[in-house]
Design a protein around this ligand. Structure first.
Ligand code: ADP
Length: 490
């Protein structure tokens, strides 16, 4: 049943594309509010006024001045619109905390800013003020959505503030980052001393912003249903599995969407040739162009495996160099684009030097090449040990490049394994292996290569993936249904 009034949502984030991005949260923060607004939710995004944010927003106006935020001096709240989508932004103008060179969380030397607790307590506090009964704004959100530890204190502040107040949702994008600080900061940050308890913000003798959010929020979400299950256990709960298991009825996994304007093989401007599920001629041409560009043997029949990734232990790519010498005895090609751990970069460069006609390794970040690999490869490799949601496996399905993935997190929720049953019922879109070992990966690659050699079956797997809906529209509908259920039960 439609709500009588438009639902009002305050979305709090420490980063947003295209203003400032260190990871996937920035993309979610831009795309999800825009998609929710298309569904007639009144969403506004709250973020800190870092220099890049202030510089990019030419149309910003003073909205109000907040007197009682717990910091010295006045905090100005500005309003602006996100370039591109026009999503309304609320920007915290407090130069002492945010006007500095370096990253949003770390300085030039890669060290955390020493006052990160204060900086993100302010973000959390402003969110709580706007969601509470003492907000100076006429616009009062029904729901406050917090994202990762940087806004984790908002649900705690709101919990201890007078009614009426907005319901809170705490969204986890990666459990590995928790925002832990000395316990001595509890009172200075404006939290009641009573909150420093196992039933509160305390976490192994420290103050944890993420734990505060997970404990006090009305509801918790994360970015895939399988990750929602995994974080209730060791090791992926990173110490918070007990609390998450206790709150499992308030925990929902919603898979992220992908940007269909940027990632569509029919319109992608970074490709040399465009194509669609109905006509894959452009995909064959993209493969030829990629082989040519990277100096590989130009042969349409040799299966080409693609990798685009941060080269870290999380992504499981250390498994590939170990099996590559055996794999390369077959007519197979591998393209790797990525950067990260020095040992892995070296291993891939070494492999490419020893087999230049079969392996290409490009170390670095290259947006255009990443699109060209998604289009030009036959099979995409993503053996992540854990993956809260993951994007590349969705891109690759849209590009007719069935992925090989490890059975974890969002990878399980977005890829349908090519079992004989799933092939015959028309749902198979990729290949899933259960053990993150060299043996598990090797077996799965050979299963995919066998399927590739049966081209009519391969075409079906490609087509199934290309026709799937990975849009933000679908995710936004799920968030909206969740907000409405929390709003009604509150
Ligand atoms: P994560 O956010 O954990 O790195 P995802 O698969 O969710 O992994 O998203 C990674 C994003 O970054 C994708 O858009 C991917 O294409 C891109 N990416 C990763 N490494 C590179 C690279 N070296 N060059 C270009 N794009 C990259």
């Amino acid at each position: 049943m439609p709500l009588k009034q438009m639902l009002k949502v305050l979305f709090i984030t420490p980063e947003i594309t295209p203003l400032l991005k260190t990871g996937g949260l920035a993309d979610v923060s831009a795309a999800l509010p825009a998609a929710l607004r298309e569904h007639k939710a009144d969403v506004r995004v709250l973020l800190p006024g870092y220099p890049r944010v202030m510089d990019c927003l030419k149309d910003k106006r003073l909205l109000t001045i907040l007197a009682d935020t717990g910091v010295h001096g006045e905090v100005r709240l500005l309003e602006a619109a996100l370039p591109g989508s026009g999503v309304p932004l609320l920007v915290i103008d407090y130069p002492l905390f945010y006007e500095r060179d370096g990253g949003p969380y770390i300085d030039h030397n890669g060290h955390d800013w020493v006052d990160n607790a204060q900086r993100f307590a302010l973000l959390s506090k402003v969110g709580a003020i706007l969601g509470g009964s003492e907000s100076p704004l006429a616009w009062r959100p029904d729901i406050v959505q917090c994202n990762d530890w940087q806004s984790g204190l908002t649900p705690a502040y709101l919990h201890f503030s007078p009614e009426p107040r907005a319901a809170t949702v705490m969204t986890i994008h990666n459990m590995a980052f928790q925002g832990t600080f000395p316990a001595s900061l509890v009172t200075p940050l404006g939290l009641p001393a009573s909150s420093y308890s196992i039933n509160g913000v305390e976490y192994y003798g420290q103050l944890s912003f993420l734990k505060a959010g997970l404990y006090y929020a009305n509801h918790i979400t994360t970015v895939s249903p399988t990750y929602a299950e995994e974080i209730q256990q060791e090791p992926l709960g990173f110490g918070m599995q007990g609390l998450l298991a206790h709150r499992h009825q308030d925990l929902t996994g919603i898979v992220n969407g992908i940007d269909g304007h940027e990632w569509n093989p029919a319109t992608d401007k970074l490709l040399t040739h465009n194509y669609s599920a109905d006509d894959l001629t452009g995909k064959a041409a993209s493969k030829r162009a990629l082989q040519h560009k990277l100096g590989l043997t130009e042969n349409p029949d040799i299966p080409l495996l693609g990798v685009i990734s941060r080269l870290t232990h999380q992504k499981g790519l250390d498994l590939l160099p170990a099996i590559a010498p055996f794999l390369l005895e077959y007519p197979v090609q591998i393209v790797i684009l990525g950067s990260g751990e020095a040992g892995l970069e070296e291993a891939f460069l070494h492999l490419a030097q020893s087999r230049p006609d079969q392996v290409a390794a490009v170390i670095g970040f290259n947006e255009a090449l990443s699109h060209q690999i998604e289009a030009g490869a036959d099979i995409f490799l993503m053996p992540s040990r854990f993956e809260p949601c993951g994007l590349n496996q969705m891109y690759s399905q849209c590009y007719g490049t069935p992925p090989i993935v490890h059975a974890t997190g969002g990878l399980v929720d977005t890829v349908v394994d090519a079992t004989p049953e799933n092939i015959s019922n028309g749902t198979a879109t990729g290949f899933i292996f259960t053990q993150a070992t060299t043996h598990g990966l090797n077996e799965c690659i050979h299963r995919a290569l066998k399927a590739f050699s049966d081209q009519p079956t391969w075409r079906k797997i490609q087509s199934n993936g290309m026709r799937r809906d990975f849009s933000w529209n679908r995710s936004a509908e799920e968030y909206l249904a969740l907000y409405e259920s929390i709003f009604k039960s509150d």
